[in-house]
Every structure is written in C-alpha cells, then in structure tokens.
Design a protein around this ligand. Structure first.
Ligand SMILES: C[S@@+](CC[C@H](N)C(=O)[O-])C[C@H]1O[C@@H](n2cnc3c(N)ncnc32)[C@H](O)[C@@H]1O
Length: 193
C-alpha cells in the first residue's frame, strides 16, 4: 500500500530524528510497541525513558524488552507523563531526539483508564521544551472512545498554536475512514525560521 498506516508512518518519521546513542521518551508506554521501537532506534548506547500510570502496562513492556534483550536501554517509570520533568535527569533537558505519545487506553486493559487533556496538554508542552533542535514529538490521536474526540480537538488546537518560527507541525489523517487514528508530528526547528 502506498498510503501509510498512521502507526507505521509515525515510526518512519520518528526514526529519521534518532541517532544511535540518542535519547528518547515514550510518554504512554502501554504494551511497549513504541518503547521497543525507540529502544531499537537508539541502539545499545542510547536511552529511552518510558512513562505509564499503570503498573500492568510497565510489566507487559518489561517482558517485551526482556524477551528481546534490550531492557537495559530503557528506564520504565511508573508516573504520569505530565510529571516528566521531575523524573528525567536534568542533564538531558533539551537533548531528546524524540518523544512519542499514543493516546487513549491500554489495549487489552481497563478501557476507563484513558489519557486526558488536563494532563496530556501540560505533558506535550513540557516535551517541546525537552526536545533537541531537530527532534520530533509524535502524537497518535484516537476518537473512537468516550473522551477521545474532545482530547483530539484539544491537541489539534494546541498544535496549531505552536510558533512556526520554532516548530513545523503536520497532521496526517485518512479522510475516508471514520474514527481512524490520526497523527500530529511536531518538529523542533534546528534554526529559527
Ligand atoms: C494507547 S496506550 C499506549 C500504547 C503504546 N504506545 C504501545 O505501543 O503499546 C495508552 C497508554 O497511556 C497510559 N496513560 C494514560 N494516562 C497517562 C498519563 N497521564 N501518563 C502516562 N501514561 C498514561 C495508559 O495507561 C495506556 O497504557
């Protein structure tokens, strides 16, 4: 297929921002697919910080990483992403090459535990500060669960308000599939435009 699926498109774009030995954050660890992806991108010399409010998600991710022998590249953090700056080492502020958000609820978990705009938006704002110039922030939005459309609307409004001198922002969406996920990608410019 020529038209990419949202998740694989996000990976294709994020991969371009990450070097071997780089540093990245998974802000919504869930079942660990994105954490694994980031850990593979940064390689053995890199580091991924992965946040989730559910111990169950972190346990599933730990198992996934252990099975692949890459757990030592990842710090699993049982905390909300809006508390990111209390958990990340201060020396990596402004050095993150990628931050990934995959909003909504944990697949095969409790569907009532969802990401919420009141914590998602502060976390996105913090992420833009911790990104390195040339780094990217990816946000996958879902509208098929209660609260999803409102959260997606908040994120889109926030993304549209980012200053174009500092950030390039895109929104990728399949137009003919109702409730398909969509992708917001924010690139922090290397030089102000
Ligand atoms: C759609 S899942 C993420 C899927 C994951 N990226 C993957 O690759 O499997 C969303 C996750 O966000 C988590 N979550 C909800 N609110 C959160 C918050 N404030 N901070 C961090 N994680 C949160 C949920 O517990 C859930 O595991």
């Amino acid at each position: 297929m020529i038209v990419p699926a949202v998740l694989s498109f996000s990976h294709a774009l994020v991969r371009q921002a990450i070097d071997e030995g780089g540093i990245a954050v998974d802000a919504t660890t869930g079942n660990g697919h994105d954490t694994q992806f980031l850990a593979e991108c940064v390689g053995p010399a890199g580091k991924v910080y992965a946040f989730d409010i559910q111990q169950e998600a972190l346990a599933r991710t730990k198992q996934r990483l252990n099975e692949r022998g890459i757990a030592n590249r990842v710090a699993l953090i049982h905390a909300g992403h809006h508390e990111m700056d209390q958990y990340l080492p201060v020396e990596i502020r402004g050095k993150l090459q990628a931050v990934m958000f995959n909003l909504g609820y944990l697949p095969h978990g409790d569907p009532t535990v969802i990401t919420r705009p009141e914590t998602t938006l502060p976390a996105l704002e913090t992420a833009t500060v911790w990104l390195t110039p040339g780094g990217v922030l990816s946000v996958v939005l879902y509208t098929g669960h209660p609260g999803g459309p409102e959260e997606a609307e908040h994120v889109l409004q926030w993304a549209q308000s980012l200053p174009p001198k500092t950030f390039q922002v895109m929104h990728y969406q399949l137009l003919n599939r109702q409730q398909a996920p969509s992708l917001v990608l924010v690139e922090k410019r290397k030089q102000a435009a």
